[in-house]
Design a protein around this ligand. Structure first.
Ligand code: FDP
Length: 311
């Protein structure tokens, strides 16, 4: 780093932990307003986000609120989100990549939704190896935050803008008890279907359709979450910068593994801000089996590489 302009970071390494703390506190203080918006901003905006998905008023509200609050922090230099085409360059400092309202289609059925924040020491799009911290908020019956730094993972209970430690050192068990796999089964590759059959014999299915809520099940009980590439989505569904990298960072810091079909998600070459990726995360044992089963899956003949309507 050290160049001026977008992507520069003149923060001293020693200041980075303080920056992560202020980002976490800012998000925690914003949570009460975000929760209220789930009740007041339920209509569709009539516009699509850069990934072609229809935005709810709550998506837009959450994005604008987080941009205005995180953008005021002196250590934040760039704000990017799933809801806007380009990053907002504020000055020198760290880059935050935000999914303001993850799983927003769950609002209509009153199921879990979340907020994801990745803190990158580098211009966007950045490698997952440039993450120095990541967090998500889960809006469930209670509101919790999972915060990862290079020192480990802590779970907090958020109440009225304040946070209290729930689990000081989150650690994934070797095997665990739950699995959650996204996408239509007929569109999975043959290798992933075989893996799924094997997992179903040992683990309980838990899939709710919001990444944060589904990954939180895995972090709570151990197991595996997957959103594989599909016939009609050969690049997968989830966004690398805003979803997959921060989640992979949290899971790996908790002692788990991540994979995208060839390597750790964090080693994916970043090409575009809104690029998608297959995502597999979880406990070491089910992930090791997955990596073995999917080895060479990129040439699996059951997966076509026809143009996706979503990319
Ligand atoms: P959503 O479309 O509701 O915003 O990437 C977004 C996401 O939800 C993830 O949170 C979730 O894991 C996934 O998509 C759900 O996809 P399916 O509807 O295909 O299950």
């Amino acid at each position: 780093m050290g160049t001026s302009g977008p992507g520069s970071n003149d923060l001293k390494t020693a200041d980075e932990p303080a920056c992560i703390t202020s980002i976490v506190d800012t998000v925690a203080k914003t949570v009460p307003k975000l929760r209220t918006a789930f009740e007041t901003h339920r209509s569709y905006e009539g516009e699509a986000n850069p990934s072609g998905e229809e935005m709810l008023a709550a998506d837009v509200y959450a994005d604008e609120l987080l941009e205005s609050r995180l953008g005021k922090l002196a250590c934040v230099g760039t704000y990017a989100s799933e809801e806007r085409a380009d990053p907002v360059w504020i000055g020198s400092g760290l880059s935050v990549a935000v999914d303001p309202l993850d799983g927003s289609s769950n609002l209509s059925s009153n199921n879990g939704v979340g907020t994801i924040v990745g803190v990158y020491d580098g211009g966007l799009p950045a490698s997952g190896r440039d993450l120095i911290g990541a967090m998500y908020v889960l809006y469930g019956p209670t509101t919790t935050a999972m915060v990862a730094t290079r020192d480990g993972v802590t779970e907090y209970l958020l109440t009225q803008g304040e946070r209290e430690v729930l689990t000081p050192s989150v650690s994934l068990p070797e095997t665990g008890t739950v699995y959650g796999f996204g996408g239509p089964v007929p569109e999975w590759s043959g290798a992933f279907r075989r893996y799924s059959m094997s997992v179903q014999r040992r683990l309980k299915r838990r899939y709710g359709g919001a990444l944060v809520a589904d990954v939180n099940q895995v972090l709570s009980h151990g197991g595996v979450f997957a959103y594989p590439r599909l016939e009609t989505r050969p690049s997968g569904k989830l966004r690398l910068q805003f979803e997959a990298n921060p989640i992979a960072f949290i899971v790996e810091q908790a002692g788990g593994l991540s994979y995208q079909g060839e390597r750790s998600v964090l080693d994916t070459e970043p090409e575009r801000l809104h690029q998608r990726t297959p995502l597999f995360v979880g406990s070491p044992e089910p992930l090791a089996e997955l990596i073995e089963t999917l080895g060479g899956a990129t040439t699996d003949p059951t997966v076509t590489t026809r143009e996706s309507p979503w990319d």
